[in-house]
Design a protein around this ligand. Structure first.
Ligand code: ZN
Length: 248
């Protein structure tokens, strides 16, 4: 989802495979699956919270099944970006595995040879994947017994595949919605600097809304969603105020 310049063309990386036409690379030992190691106990905690009568050992067992659903949805999202990039004939430069998760690498996000439409298609790939998985997950949820582990898996699949496109499509640079807005404007005839400025203005309004929503949730003691909204607000406002730039 996020596309920082995490590998430079000159960096020494090991190519471990190819996804469509894009090399899958690792750098040193930074591929070590930290995300999986961290997400497992978190998902065990979620499982225990949903059904407190479970032992911690049982909860860890459920977490071992739901963790790959969460992280797999993010992997699928990113591989779908790679697929979309491949389909439009503008593959990304690399996919780097870091901390067990994929990061999409574009050496130049304003690559002149990529048309606005191609930029938009690449950015849509990931969210479209989750939006397609969502109805399948909902159907699976409907067919599981509320007391079953299957329901935990289904709940996780629904939540993750709703969450990823919902956040991803926010019009903030660095996630999918930012480039979609920017390149839609360029396609309509705006220059790139004009489009960047419009995105900043939109992020100012969005940041204020996210901040207000975050405060409401924190007041209701909904710490997770409140905290997340505040983080997104800080991010959007940093873009709006020019503290954060997509690329120098
Ligand atoms: Zn994405």
């Amino acid at each position: 989802m996020i596309k920082p310049p995490i590998v430079q063309p000159t960096d020494e990386v090991t190519t471990v495979g190819k996804v469509f036409t894009t090399p899958l690379v690792v750098k040193g030992k930074s591929w070590f699956p930290i995300a999986q190691v961290l997400a497992w106990p978190i998902m065990a905690w979620v499982a225990k919270k949903r059904r407190p009568e479970r032992s911690w050992l049982q909860s860890l067992g459920v977490g071992a099944l739901t963790m790959p659903v969460v992280l797999g949805s993010e992997w699928g999202h990113n591989l779908a970006h790679a697929a979309a990039a491949h389909i439009v004939g503008k593959p990304m430069d690399a996919i780097r595995v870091i901390g067990g998760m994929p990061l999409l690498v574009y050496y130049d996000i304003n690559d002149e040879t990529v048309t606005p439409r191609q930029h938009i298609m690449r950015s849509l790939g990931g969210p479209v994947f989750n939006i397609l998985v969502l109805p399948i997950a909902l159907l699976f949820r409907q067919r599981t017994d509320p007391d079953s582990v299957g329901r935990d898996i289904a709940n996780t699949a629904v939540a993750t595949n709703a969450f990823l496109p919902a956040v991803g499509l926010l019009p903030i640079p660095g996630i999918d919605g930012g480039p979609i807005l920017k390149w839609s404007l360029v396609e309509k005839g705006h220059t790139q600097p004009e489009a960047d400025l419009t995105v900043r203005k939109v992020d100012g309004v969005l940041g204020a809304l996210l901040l207000a929503a975050g405060i409401v949730f924190l007041k209701k003691r909904r710490w997770f969603i409140g905290g997340l909204l505040l983080q997104l607000a800080a991010y959007a406002l940093s873009i709006a105020l020019g503290f954060l730039r997509e690329q120098e």
